[in-house]
Design a protein around this ligand. Structure first.
Ligand SMILES: Cc1cc2nc3c(=O)[nH]c(=O)nc-3n(C[C@H](O)[C@H](O)[C@H](O)COP(=O)(O)OP(=O)(O)OC[C@H]3O[C@@H](n4cnc5c(N)ncnc54)[C@H](O)[C@@H]3O)c2cc1C
Length: 458
């Protein structure tokens, strides 16, 4: 779309010319995210304050120009792409931790703060912010809130939404909405905080968040276990739970994933049917060492072999290996399409069997890894976007994958959101009444449809 004359001049006046980009090269740089989709904006604006966001939104509303909020662009459903043109609002300048209240265990942050930087900052005060996407070192808290991002620690600690006490957000009219409170409990009226969490920039632009923190665990231990049968790894997960261990993280990688990882980080992990990464948190070194012994017993009694164990800081190396999974898949295939289904934990085995059958039926390699403690699996289809027949098989495989997840009582997205890549499948997931309510809510928040149009609902 082309912007009306004078529009860019007024935007430059609001934020300062140096904070506006409009060159074709820059637009290309902002036209991607972590999917392989593209959406080229007309303008990229870097606001420095809430008031600047208000003025930009008012200008966009007057001109009916799409506004696409953007954090770090690590989204895996195309949410930060300007697929209908318009303005990308990039929050790299609004990246301050505005306050940290150690006694009350909460912090006030701007949306552009990097998740990993925030974790490090609160850790200095003995506090812990659990939401931990694999992209922690780059993704922003604004993007996490907008996607209700999960991550490895979800099975014990929950996801981003469980840590959002309140939000400040700019509505499509330019009005400022404040939701929630700074108290731990607040049931005064409809829960607008929950509504905005996971709304993918389609209802309001988040300009500030009050986040709940918890006491940092005093000690951690971790182990990698290898299995010659995928179902044995699932039995070990159940056995670890039955021991009452409440693992902080339970991550699984299947054979195809391990084959790719082995090419990227040779010799680190055995290429077996499944590898499980377990992390345990406790109040002392002795405590987590004892928990680890219990986990080892649970895994080995279900056919697992202990590959490696670690305690405290050395657990971090294990996460470096786990985080290498995504790049390792990118290295073996021309294109990888990462999906994000979640099924009830008891149905993971069936789901994995169905993925294997889909992989064979469509002659596609599918690597499966994910947060097995929550039932959240990431089947990554290794394919080639340049090959139309491969893409046709890929599309059909994705449809079947989603249908299988829904049939097993699960969902088409456990944490990556809907964006543009999954919006066509919303009717598979939600009935007409739910979809109608969602469309009505969108209309109330954004009557002119300027906020991240075409995302979630087509
Ligand atoms: C290697 C890798 C590993 C990953 N692992 C995980 C994982 O374990 N768990 C998980 O949940 N996700 C994971 N992700 C996906 C992604 O990192 C998350 O969705 C993350 O929350 C996106 O943050 P971002 O800052 O990159 O947001 P972006 O991609 O820039 O934006 C995401 C969405 O948020 C909206 N948004 C951004 N800022 C605002 C704002 N201020 N106001 C309103 N809307 C806004 C955008 O419009 C868009 O819809 C992973 C991605 C990669 C590449």
């Amino acid at each position: 779309m082309s912007l009306r004359p004078g529009f860019e001049r007024r935007i430059r006046k609001i934020v300062g010319g140096e904070h506006v980009q409009d060159s074709p090269e820059d637009m290309i740089c902002y036209g991607y995210d972590a999917t392989s989709e593209t959406g080229i904006p007309d303008l990229v604006v870097h606001p420095g304050s809430r008031d600047e966001v208000v003025s930009i939104v008012k200008e966009a509303a007057a001109g009916k120009i799409p506004l696409v909020p953007r954090g770090a662009g690590t989204g895996l459903s195309g949410g930060a792409l300007a697929n209908r043109g318009g303005i990308v609002l990039h929050f790299d300048r609004m990246n301050s931790i505005l306050g940290l209240d150690v006694e009350n265990q909460k912090a006030v942050v701007q949306p552009g703060v990097i998740n990993g930087d925030f974790k490090d900052a609160v850790a200095h005060h003995g506090l812990f912010y659990p939401p931990d996407p694999g992209s922690t070192r780059v993704c922003t808290l604004g993007g996490n809130i907008a996607e209700n991002a999960g991550g490895a620690y979800g099975s014990r600690y929950g996801v981003t939404g469980d840590y959002v006490l309140g939000l400040e957000a700019v509505l499509a009219t330019g009005e400022v909405l404040r939701t929630g409170s700074t108290a731990r409990r607040d049931v005064a009226g409809y829960d607008l905080t929950r509504l905005l969490v996971g709304s993918e920039g389609t209802l309001a632009v988040i300009t500030e968040a009050t986040l709940r923190l918890i006491q940092a665990p005093r000690a951690r231990s971790a182990a990698f276990f290898s299995f010659s049968d995928f179902s044995d790894a699932l039995a070990a997960v159940r056995a670890i739970g039955a021991e009452g261990l409440e693992a902080a993280a339970l991550e699984i990688m299947d054979r195809t994933t391990l084959e790719c990882l082995d090419r990227y980080l040779p010799g680190r992990l055995p290429v077996s049917a499944a590898v499980l990464l377990v992390e345990l948190h406790g109040s002392s070194d002795d405590c987590v060492a004892g928990m680890l012994d219990q986990a080892v017993a649970a895994a080995t009694s279900n056919g697992g072999e202990t590959v490696k164990t670690a305690q405290n800081e050395s657990c971090e190396d294990f996460w470096e290996w786990r985080r290498a999974v995504s790049p390792s898949l990118g290295q073996v295939a021309a294109s990888k399409i990462g999906e994000d289904i979640c099924v009830p934990v008891g149905n993971i085995g069936l789901m994995h069997e169905m993925i294997t059958a889909i992989s064979k039926r469509y002659d596609l390699r599918i690597a499966v890894f994910g947060h097995v403690g929550d039932g959240n699996l990431h089947p990554n289809i290794l394919t080639d976007r340049r090959d139309p027949t491969a893409m046709m098989r890929t599309e059909e495989a994705i449809s079947e994958l989603f249908r299988a997840a829904v049939e097993l009582g699960g969902t088409i997205s456990g944490e990556h959101g809907i964006g543009i890549t999954k919006s066509a499948y919303m009717s598979m997931m939600r009935d007409p009444v739910s979809l109608g309510m969602m469309a009505a809510i969108k209309k109330v928040f954004d009557p002119e449809g300027i906020l991240n149009p075409g995302k979630i609902l087509q």
